[in-house]
Design a protein around this ligand. Structure first.
Ligand SMILES: *[C@@H]1O[C@H](CO)[C@@H](O)[C@H](O)[C@H]1NC(C)=O
Ligand SMILES: *[C@@H]1O[C@H](CO)[C@@H](O)[C@H](O)[C@H]1NC(C)=O
Ligand SMILES: *[C@@H]1O[C@H](CO)[C@@H](O)[C@H](O)[C@H]1NC(C)=O
Ligand SMILES: *[C@@H]1O[C@H](CO)[C@@H](O)[C@H](O)[C@H]1NC(C)=O
Ligand SMILES: *[C@@H]1O[C@H](CO)[C@@H](O)[C@H](O)[C@H]1NC(C)=O
Ligand SMILES: *[C@@H]1O[C@H](CO)[C@@H](O)[C@H](O)[C@H]1NC(C)=O
Length: 397
């Protein structure tokens, strides 16, 4: 066959073959990335490989500058600090994790993948049958920071100033250069706290419950990862928002909430007050729903019952330092409540009608006599021959 004919045949075959049969060489979708880490930290490397059939993935390691001496890594190696999780689906996806890093974990980590049927044949050169992607992990000694112990804000004498201290006592190595430090509260940098000193302090002038939280001093370095130390400032929870009362009609839904400041975040409970004590909410009807997250809790009562639901509900915020509670009064009105003004008018009309009817009935026999009779005190005239009737008439009014 001439080359042109071969070409044509290949094109035809390619088009006739359904796509899922088409073999595809392994190729990286995502390959591991080099990183610098500190002792005691954790790292994870990702490898995502496509191909048909789905490629097999392996992880290999060599010490820095020993690229000739790669050794395969296994799940559970290095005293169980190494974990390898691989899933084979449309792609092969693998995650290598190493925890509690030591300086000896520095080195070159390699993701190898292959779907070549000869890949495990020892006579084949692996460099041909496997594709490879490398990442270099450098582990540095974690810098030492001497930081204040945790602080508990006193609830009885609020406003006494507190100061948090950090002192960078050793950097990663003798020649890593410290550039700056700053303070972070609950994950957010506190403005105007950047300094270039190795010791840094943060003063809380008049501490209140919402000054409690997770504080951190962070040191930055040239060419090395940040180092940080955490100082917890704890306070009893204070409920900063809640409904004093909720007024609803029976059959409607009620929503009660409480929000708090104070660290650590409280655990929330809702109870119902019976006199001076409180009891667990009776949820036998399945109408009570509580959702709580960190500093907020919500109690939803659906399809309100006028007999059992009204009363005082207490939300209780409780953490390691203390506990507080607030009360919401729930009032439930009858369905008929909106009708009352109308019913009142209706009742008045009925009463009036009844009075008129009674009056008319009693009056009827005397109608003709009464016709031209004057009204008022004049009726009491002793000479008047209708005196008896007049007295009776007045008493019916
Ligand atoms: C850390 O600081 C405290 C007070 O600032 C000091 O008493 C302690 O000796 C320091 N510790 C170290 C290891 O430097
Ligand atoms: C910070 O630590 C260094 C080294 O341990 C020490 O010499 C220095 O006095 C400390 N500074 C403060 C303010 O504690
Ligand atoms: C604080 O240090 C930890 C551990 O080294 C690190 O994972 C984290 O990202 C650091 N946080 C900040 C804000 O630098
Ligand atoms: C509650 O916590 C969230 C994040 O955890 C925060 O954004 C919010 O401001 C807090 N609310 C109060 C009242 O402290
Ligand atoms: C009340 O019961 C309902 C239905 O069984 C349930 O979904 C809900 O979580 C319960 N609420 C509470 C506060 O236990
Ligand atoms: C709140 O709940 C805690 C734990 O359930 C309890 O010890 C505490 O007395 C409650 N506080 C109030 C104010 O009800």
């Amino acid at each position: 066959m001439r080359p042109g004919a071969v070409m044509l045949l290949l094109v035809l075959l390619g088009n006739l073959m359904p796509p899922f049969v088409t073999a595809q060489n392994a190729g990286f979708v995502k390959s591991p990335m080099s990183e610098t880490k500190l002792t005691g930290d954790t790292f994870e490397l990702y490898c995502d490989v496509r191909g048909n059939p789905t490629p097999e993935i392996q992880w290999w390691y060599s010490e820095i500058n020993r690229a000739d001496s790669f050794k395969q890594l296994w799940d559970g190696a290095r005293k169980r600090r190494v974990s390898i999780n691989t899933a084979y689906g449309a792609n092969g996806v693998s995650v290598l994790g190493i925890t509690r890093l030591t300086l000896e974990d520095s080195g070159t980590y390699e993701c190898r993948a292959s779907n070549d049927p000869r890949r495990n044949d020892l006579r084949q050169n692996p460099a041909i049958t496997w594709i490879r992607a490398q990442a270099t992990i450098s582990v540095l000694q974690k810098p030492k920071i001497n930081a204040s112990d945790q602080i508990i804000l006193p609830a009885d004498s609020p406003g006494v100033p507190v100061t948090l201290h950090c002192n960078l006592t050793t950097a990663h190595t003798a020649n890593t250069v410290h550039t700056e430090s700053f303070w972070v509260k609950n994950g957010r940098e506190i403005a105007n706290t950047r300094t270039e000193h190795r010791t840094t302090a943060y003063r809380i002038g008049k501490p209140r419950a919402d000054d409690s939280g997770e504080y951190m001093c962070v040191y930055t370095f040239e060419m090395a990862p940040n180092a940080n130390a955490t100082i917890e400032v704890k306070a009893k929870p204070v409920i900063t928002g809640h409904k004093r009362s909720e007024n609803k009609n029976e059959g409607e839904n009620a929503m009660l909430y409480c929000k708090s400041v104070g660290y650590p975040h409280p655990t929330w409970t809702w109870r119902k007050m019976e006199g001076t004590s409180s009891t667990d909410i009776d949820n036998s009807t399945g109408r009570f729903f509580i959702t709580s997250r960190d500093n907020y809790t919500e109690l939803n009562i659906i399809n309100l019952d006028i007999d059992t639901d009204p009363g005082k509900y207490e939300c209780n915020a409780s953490n390691a330092i203390g506990t507080t509670a607030e009360i919401t009064i729930l009032r439930v009105r009858s369905h008929l409540a909106p009708l009352w003004p109308f019913l009142g008018v209706l009742a008045e009309i009925i009463i009036l009608v009844v009075i008129i009817v009674v009056y008319e009935k009693r009056k009827r026999p005397d109608d003709i006599i009464d016709d031209d009779e004057p009204v008022g005190p004049m009726k009491t005239n002793p000479t008047n021959n209708h005196k008896d009737k007049n007295v009776r008439h007045r008493t019916t009014k």
